[in-house]
Design a protein around this ligand. Structure first.
Ligand code: ATP
Ligand code: MG
Length: 420
């Protein structure tokens, strides 16, 4: 029987894992520079947490969750995103007593039962941040600037920041009435989902992916024109903050975000590269979420970036991520005796910080040379009986073929000072 990985999942093989490592470490480093601390949350939570926070009229909850009953009869769901779990942890661990804002970041896998496409998987990765306790728009701009800094560090260009405000429960209640008046005469032409959203959550109808609904939604009244004074001031504050940081943006009133918990600021980074996979990252403010799941009322804001989409976008824009060469020296050896000596030498060199590879297969000298040439390892040393008895060997730089005779005890120094 042959096994293959499940639809919508994939292996990240050694030849591409370095890209992931670079992106992960750049993201962690930038978050660290901003004072965000990493949090690691469980892969699964009780289903109710997601119903409560993500919202039961959303596509994620209605169609995409991996939900199952465990052997103890509990309803369990593999996390479809990170915010719910982080907020649960914030409340459960009493983090509201920490100095505000509480700044957190994460790097997680997430699971959604979706139709497979390029950039859309059933298991995918999100890099995200969540910040709790700050109400003003400065923190909105701060988290957006983390993404700008990250893209810049990785060399990604051609991204477009789109911002919008979806108001607070007060302005939304008013707007929902206006929106329903607009959609009512079109309702019979719209999809089944929109018909059920009409009563429960008409805002959801704005970003319906069905073409016929999209055409109707495009002409709907815009929430941004009906914001209450406080929400308007918050949005103006965000714009001023972004302008001060030199971050350009567009206002896109069509962004309402797929999850229910958002209030006020919502934003996305989209690709401006033709033929790309659209949205790289989405985020927003969720001032009601902490209290919704049982904590003290605490404002919050966050984003999640799809790591696969980010890497696809890097590729689409032709931006290469540099490969680290962790192994610096290849030690060729020609007999069982020299292999043991090579292994001893390599063991010691690695402790001195020099990555080494040796042949363990008893390959011929030629085969070892060919292999060493292919790996891109920058230095080569041949260890034969003579080298072992004399304690000296030739160290060769593969780039230009130059050789130096050195003491076997001085290999690490010789490599370090080669170009000095
Ligand atoms: P989309 O509109 O593409 O379905 P979404 O609104 O469902 O996105 P979010 O819930 O905001 O996405 O998740 C944040 C980010 O995670 C997205 O911008 C995207 O980059 C990534 N993402 C979401 N779903 C998937 C998926 N199934 N596969 C890969 N990446 C995903
Ligand atoms: Mg989606």
């Amino acid at each position: 029987m042959k096994y293959s990985c499940q639809k919508g999942t994939k292996d990240i093989l050694p030849e591409e894992v370095y890209k992931w490592q670079k992106a992960e470490s750049a993201f962690a480093e930038i978050c660290g520079q901003y004072g965000y601390k990493e949090i690691r949350i469980p892969t699964f939570e009780q289903t109710d947490l997601f119903l409560r926070s993500v919202g039961d009229t959303t596509d994620v909850v209605q169609k995409e969750m991996y939900t199952f009953e465990d052997k103890g009869g509990r309803s369990i769901t593999l996390r479809p995103e990170g915010t719910a779990g982080v907020v649960r942890s914030f409340v459960e661990n009493g983090m509201s007593s920490l100095p505000s804002p509480v700044r957190l970041f994460y790097n997680i896998t997430a699971f959604r039962y979706e139709k497979m496409q390029k950039g859309r998987y059933r298991e995918f990765h999100q890099f995200g941040v969540e910040a709790f306790g700050a109400e003003g728009p400065a923190i909105d701009a701060e988290i957006i600037s983390i993404l700008v800094a990250f893209f810049e560090r990785m060399g990604l260009k051609k991204t477009k920041l789109c911002i919008n405000s979806i108001g607070c429960p007060t302005c939304r209640a008013e707007y929902n009435k206006i929106l329903k008046d607009y959609f009512r005469p079109h309702l019979s032409e719209m999809c089944e989902d929109c018909q059920s959203r009409f009563e429960k959550n008409p805002l959801r109808m704005i970003d319906c992916k069905e073409e016929k609904c999209g055409a109707i939604a495009a002409k709907a009244p815009r929430l941004i024109d009906y914001l209450c004074d406080d929400c308007k001031a918050h949005f103006e504050g965000l714009k001023a903050n972004l302008e001060a940081l030199g971050i350009s943006y567009e206002i896109d009133s069509g962004i309402v975000r797929g999850l229910d918990y958002y209030t006020r600021t919502v934003f996305e980074f989209k690709s401006e590269n033709v033929g790309s996979q659209g949205t790289i990252c989405g985020g927003g403010r969720y001032d009601g979420l902490v209290s919704e799941i049982g904590g003290q009322p605490t404002p919050g804001i966050g984003f999640a970036m799809g790591a696969e989409r980010f890497l696809l976008e890097m590729e689409a824009q032709g931006i290469e991520i540099e490969k680290d060469q962790k192994v610096q020296l290849y030690i060729a050896n020609l007999s069982p005796e020299t292999q043991i000596e090579a292994q001893k030498l390599a063991f010691g060199l690695r402790k001195q910080g020099i990555g080494c590879e040796i042949d363990l297969m008893g390959r011929s000298f030629r085969a070892q040379m060919k292999y060493a040439g292919k790996t891109g390892i920058p230095f080569l040393l041949v260890l034969g009986d003579e080298e072992i008895s004399s304690g000296k060997a030739k160290l060769k730089a593969m780039a230009d073929g130059t050789e130096k005779e050195i003491e076997l005890s001085g290999i690490a120094d010789a490599i370090r000072s080669w170009n000095a």
